[in-house]
Design a protein around this ligand. Structure first.
Ligand SMILES: Nc1ncnc2c1ncn2[C@@H]1O[C@H](COP(=O)(O)OP(=O)(O)OP(=O)(O)O)[C@@H](O)[C@H]1O
Length: 275
């Protein structure tokens, strides 16, 4: 068991029911400060529901969620963001008709101290904060590798750049914990490895702890210090990448073949035969 003071996120006995369906049951999740931690598991295992509970997008049925030792379950989503938790989504959710830099500024503004009156009056504080926010937004776009596209509309950007923009917008809220839901979805192997390097820089250069849900096993194994495996709403295994790769239960449930995609294909073919 890790020392509780090493933990940034400490989820205990988390449960979520949707009517009669138990989506998450008795889940414990301990994310060390300064680490990259992955959640893996088959489709429908409850991974996104656990994310949604942590960010208060859905209300947990049971359990406790602590950030840096402080309970955050039951807080409104914007309060959780203010505590330093930012996330991205499985499907890109950008403001499509805004430019890249404007999307990042939306994240920045969650942090600014400018009051409504300051904005209406466009006074000194407004201009100082706006200038600083723009400079920081540009730095973040550079950091994620899309600086030259700052003025492009989000909808005009290639998919890979949109995913980077989402990460920049999340970073603009200055999180302590960045939660990424399938960041490598739709990426080819080279793009996946470039994402690995970006996530490493987020951890090392910005000091942000990263919790990600991911199906691309090459990405997961390359980046994660710890992996938690979900299966049918519960935690099946937790450990370092090497342990997870060699865990018989995980192999049986999930990694039985060379890649996740193959595992899904085998499962689907088996289901098709019995249909
Ligand atoms: N809002 C909801 N209402 C009812 N059922 C839901 C809701 N959200 C999720 N579920 C169900 O909860 C279960 C867990 O879903 P969840 O999306 O958390 O799985 P997942 O592990 O993230 O899957 P995937 O890898 O496909 O994204 C599924 O059976 C899903 O249908």
């Amino acid at each position: 068991m890790p020392d509780p003071s090493d933990l940034l996120l400490d989820v205990r006995a988390l449960g979520k029911r949707f009517g009669g369906l138990v989506a998450v049951r008795e889940v414990d999740l301990a994310v060390r400060r300064g680490s990259v931690h992955a959640i893996i598991g088959p489709n429908g295992a409850g991974k996104t529901t656990a994310f949604n509970c942590i960010t208060s997008f859905v209300k947990p049925t049971s359990g406790r969620i602590l950030l840096d030792g402080e309970r955050i379950d039951g807080l409104a989503p914007h309060r959780i963001a203010a505590h330093g938790v930012a996330r991205t989504y499985q499907n890109v959710r950008l403001f499509a008709n805004m430019t890249a830099i404007e999307n990042v500024l939306v994240g920045e503004h969650l942090r600014l101290r400018t009051s409504f009156l300051d904005i209406v009056l466009r006074n000194g504080r407004f201009h100082r904060e706006e200038t600083a926010a723009r400079a920081r937004a540009r730095d973040l776009l550079d950091f994620v590798g899309i600086g030259p596209r700052a003025g492009l509309l989000a909808r005009a950007m290639p998919y890979g750049d949109q995913r980077r923009l989402e990460i920049a917008r999340a970073l603009a809220t200055r999180p302590r914990l960045l939660m990424l839901d399938e960041p490598a979805a739709g990426m080819n192997p080279a793009e996946g490895m470039a994402l690995v390097r970006l996530i490493e820089r987020i951890r090392d250069d910005l000091g942000v702890t990263v919790l990600l849900i991911e199906h691309h096993m090459r990405v997961v194994m390359a980046i994660s210090e710890r992996i938690t495996v979900f299966d049918r709403g519960a935690v099946l295994a937790e450990g370092a990448p090497n342990d997870i790769q060699n865990d018989d239960r995980v192999i049986a449930a999930y990694l039985g073949t060379r890649s996740t995609q193959e595992a899904h294909a085998v499962k689907l073919r088996a289901e098709a035969r019995t249909a």
